[in-house]
Design a protein around this ligand. Sequence first.
Ligand SMILES: Cc1cc2nc3c(=O)[nH]c(=O)nc-3n(C[C@H](O)[C@H](O)[C@H](O)COP(=O)(O)OP(=O)(O)OC[C@H]3O[C@@H](n4cnc5c(N)ncnc54)[C@H](O)[C@@H]3O)c2cc1C
Length: 310
Amino acid sequence: MTTEKQFIRPGTIEEAVQTAQLHISSFAYLAGGTDVVVNKFQGNDNSECLIDITGIKELNSVFIDGDFLKIGSLVRLDDLKHHDLISDNFLALLEAANAVASPMLRKTATIGGNLLCENRCAFFNQSAWWREAVGLCLKCDGDICIATGGKKACFSKFVSDTAPVLISLNTSIEVQDLHNSSIVPLESIYTGDGIAPRNLSKTALIRYIIIPLNQVFRTIFKKLRPREAVDFTSLTTAVSLFNSNKIKIVIGGVDPKPVIVEGNIDDDKELIISAALRKCRIVDNDYYSRTYRKEMIRVFLEQSFLELIN
Ligand SMILES: Cc1cc2nc3c(=O)[nH]c(=O)nc-3n(C[C@H](O)[C@H](O)[C@H](O)COP(=O)(O)OP(=O)(O)OC[C@H]3O[C@@H](n4cnc5c(N)ncnc54)[C@H](O)[C@@H]3O)c2cc1C
């Protein structure tokens, strides 16, 4: 059920954040809308005002700025491949973008929206009557986590497919707020709390995704899902190997935030995998069981290490 009463389309970033401030009690930014609108229809987003940011032209650009590649937050996932700067340097990002949803959705969905798409859970992403019949969970104003049989914490899973690759490449984001703009590491915006999974202020708007250039690296991306299209992730892994022999592993789909493990390619792989398994708070909130997804973390990481050294 949609509840919005106002739809506003600002032309500049400044106008967008000011409009957001005016509607602070109940608004959502709308980019491609492939997450927000579905959440509205399921009754999981009741924003009364939608601020459509797609008219902000500046957010559609991709360019080099010194030692960094800057990608505007409104660049559509399907359009990333049309930029040589991305296809020449960041193939794993294209693979990840191409693993999101389906071809039609990727023509609408943006990279900024993908980084901020809402955490998911088998007990949350249901129609309102389904959730009420089962008993509301913590993420929709209930008092316990149903997936865990009663815990007082929410384990809704982080599902963005592009974020793990971007974090493994040490990406930052430029965030514009009412009175200031700042550049922060992408991973720093994810809280690990399934109810409030991000710590950006309500009015904050992502301007650019900023990836360092001139790092020598290879990245292996993998995604587990029941079908090769449409399905959200049950497990996403990105492993980047840098020429310093450092490895950065980022795991999505198995915890309320992306799980990061760093090491060296010469380290004992069993120790790295055990560290990753210990950090992921996997619960039974997905199509696949908790134990299967846990086992698949090991499989994906072992495969990624082999691919990186061969
Ligand atoms: C059937 C289906 C399958 C899907 N499968 C996947 C999948 O496999 N993997 C996956 O990762 N996602 C999946 N999605 C979710 C969604 O399509 C993607 O995450 C998409 O990239 C979201 O981008 P969007 O532009 O549509 O975001 P929107 O829906 O417009 O916005 C998402 C969130 O980001 C905020 N937002 C958007 N842009 C900005 C900005 N620049 N600054 C601040 N806030 C912003 C919005 O307010 C909202 O909270 C799927 C969706 C559907 C309907």
